[in-house]
Design a protein around this ligand. Structure first.
Ligand code: GDP
Length: 447
C-alpha cells in the first residue's frame, strides 16, 4: 500500500512522543531527528527534508507548544500542517481555455512512466465533466504505443487521432488540432514519445510540438516508485520545456512517498493527479491534506487531536492510559474517562469525527446520542454515590451497598447491577486486548 513504510516509521516516532507527559525542547529535537531519518529513508529530497525539519522545529519549540496543554499532539499537528504545505496546500486542477476554445494538453515523460495509460485515464475524467476530448497518438517510437492508445481510447469512449509512425510528431500534432477543431472538441490531449532517459532529442521534439501547436497545458507524468529520480526528471523537464503540473503514477506501489513529498517543493509545480493502479479508473485527484493524513496514517484522528488539544488534560489522560494498560481499571477511572469525553465535546461530536462515522458517511441513525448522554449522566450519579473504597475495589459491592448506592443516585437497583456488570465486561475485554490502549500500531493510544 502507498506510504506504508514511511507511515509506520512516523507513527513510531509519534508513539514515543505520546508516551511522555510533557515534552522538553530535547524531546522535540530527538523526535524531529527521527522524523528526518524517516523522511530521508523515504527518499525525500534532502534539501526539502532539511527545510521541513527546520520549519517544524521553529514552530514546535516556540512558546505555543511550551505553554500548550498537549505538546506531543501539537508536534503531530505541526508536522501534518507542514506536510500539507510541502505538497502545495491547495488542490490544483488542469486549467482550460475559456468558453468553447480548444485546450491543447501535451503529455510528457519518460518511457514506462505511465504516460499513455494516464492520457486515457484523464480523457475518461474529462468525459465525465462533459468535455469532448480527442487524443492524439504522437508516440511514434515505442512499439505498440499507438495501438495501446487506440485500445484505451475505445474503452473510454474517446476518439483517437493517429497517422501511423512515419510522420513527425509535430506534424501529427498539427493535423490533430485541425481535426479537433473540425469535430468541435473542447480538449485535445497529445501523447508524446518518451525515452528511457532524459535526452536532447526528446526535448527537441517536445519543443518542436510546442512551437507547432498552441499548447495550453504541459503535463509531466512521472513514476512515484522511482523516488528522487522522478524529482530530478521533473526538474529537468520544467527547466527545458516548462511544465504546468505533474501526474504521479504508481503511487499504489510506492511505500516510501519521497516523490510525492518533494516534487512540489523542488519544482514549484503542483501534483494534479495520482495514479493508483493499472485500471483506467485508477486515477485520483491529488489532495495535499488527504495525502498528508495518509502518510501520517491518521485519517480523521488529526481532527480529533485538534479538538482534544484545546480541552484535554494530558497528564490525566496519560495516567488513565497507563492504568488501563496495567489493567487497573476502576470506577474512578470510569468517571474520569467520562469527564474527558465530555471535555472533547461529548459523544455526538466525537462520533462525528470518527473515521467512517462522520458527516460524509451520514449520521448514525441507530444510536441516539441524546439518550446516550442522558445515560452517561445517570452512570455518573451512580458512581458518585459510591464511597472511594467502593470505586477502587468494585468487589466490595454487595447487595446492601448496591441498594444504598441506588437510593443515593435516585435510580433502581437494577440499574446499578447493570452498570457493575458492564464494568466487569469492559475490564475483561481490556484484558483480552492488551494492544487496545496505545497498542502496537499506536493509533488508539493517542490520548
Ligand atoms: P508510457 O511508456 O509512459 O506510455 O507508459 P505506459 O502507459 O505504457 O505504462 C507503463 C506501465 O505502467 C504499464 O504496464 C501500465 O499499466 C503501468 N501503470 C501506469 N500507471 C500506473 C499506476 O498508476 N499504477 C500501476 N500499478 N501501474 C501503472
Amino acid at each position: 500500500m502507498a506510504f506504508d513504510s514511511l507511515s509506520e516509521k512516523l507513527q513510531n516516532v509519534f508513539k514515543n512522543l505520546r508516551s511522555k507527559g510533557r515534552l522538553t525542547e530535547d524531546d522535540v529535537k530527538t523526535a524531529l531527528k527521527e522524523v528526518k531519518m524517516a523522511l530521508l529513508e523515504a527518499d525525500v529530497n534532502f534539501r526539502v527534508v532539511k527545510k521541513f525539519v527546520k520549519d517544524v522545529q521553529e514552530r514546535a519549540i516556540g512558546q505555543d507548544v511550551m505553554s500548550g496543554l498537549n505538546p506531543g499532539q501539537m508536534v503531530i499537528k505541526i508536522v501534518n500542517e507542514e506536510m500539507v504545505k510541502l505538497m502545495g496546500s491547495e488542490t490544483t486542477e488542469i486549467a482550460f481555455r475559456p468558453g468553447k476554445e480548444l485546450t491543447v494538453i501535451m503529455m510528457v515523460g519518460l518511457q514506462g512512466a505511465g504516460k499513455t495509460t494516464t492520457t486515457a485515464k484523464i480523457a475518461g475524467k474529462l468525459k465525465t465533466k462533459g468535455k469532448k476530448t480527442l487524443l492524439a497518438a504522437c508516440d511514434v517510437y515505442r512499439p505498440a504505443a499507438i495501438e495501446q492508445l487506440q485500445i484505451n481510447g475505445e474503452k473510454q469512449g474517446v476518439e483517437v487521432f493517429a497517422m501511423g509512425n512515419k510522420n513527425k510528431p509535430a506534424d501529427i500534432a498539427k493535423a490533430a488540432v485541425e481535426h479537433a477543431k473540425k469535430e468541435d472538441c473542447n480538449v485535445l490531449i497529445i501523447d508524446t514519445a518518451g525515452r528511457l532517459h532524459v535526452d536532447e532529442e526528446m526535448m527537441d521534439e517536445l519543443v518542436e510540438i510546442k512551437e507547432a501547436v498552441d499548447v495550453f497545458q504541459t503535463i509531466l507524468v512521472v513514476d512515484a516508485m522511482t523516488g528522487q529520480d522522478a524529482v530530478n526528471v521533473a526538474s529537468t523537464f520544467n527547466d527545458k520545456i516548462g511544465i504546468d503540473g505533474v501526474v504521479l503514477t504508481k503511487l499504489d506501489g510506492d511505500t516510501r512517498g519521497g516523490a510525492a513529498l518533494s516534487i512540489r517543493a523542488v519544482t514549484g509545480k503542483p501534483i494534479l493527479y495520482a495514479g493508483m493502479g493499472e485500471k483506467l479508473s485508477d486515477l485520483e485527484q491529488f489532495y495535499p491534506d488527504r495525502m498528508a493524513s495518509r502518510i501520517l496514517g491518521m485519517g480523521d484522528v488529526l481532527t480529533m487531536i485538534e479538538k482534544a488539544q484545546e480541552n484535554l488534560d494530558e497528564e490525566k489522560a496519560k495516567e488513565l492510559e497507563q492504568k488501563m494498560r496495567k489493567n487497573e481499571f476502576d470506577f474512578e477511572m470510569y468517571l474520569e474517562s467520562m469527564s474527558q469525553m465530555k471535555k472533547m465535546g461529548g459523544l455526538s461530536s466525537l462520533m462525528g469525527m470518527m473515521p467512517g462515522l462522520g458527516l460524509g458517511g451520514g449520521k448514525m441513525p441507530e444510536i441516539d446520542t441524546d439518550e446516550a448522554e442522558k445515560n452517561m449522566r445517570r452512570i455518573e450519579a451512580i458512581i458518585h454515590s459510591m464511597t472511594p473504597q467502593e470505586r477502587k475495589n468494585p468487589n466490595l459491592l454487595n447487595p446492601s451497598r448496591k441498594n444504598r448506592i441506588a437510593r443515593g443516585a435516585g435510580v433502581q437497583v437494577a440499574e446499578v447491577n447493570r452498570l457493575v456488570k458492564q464494568f466487569e465486561q469492559t475490564k475483561k475485554m481490556m484484558k483480552q486486548m492488551p494492544g487496545m490502549m496505545g497498542g502496537k500500531r499506536g493509533k488508539r493510544g493517542m490520548f
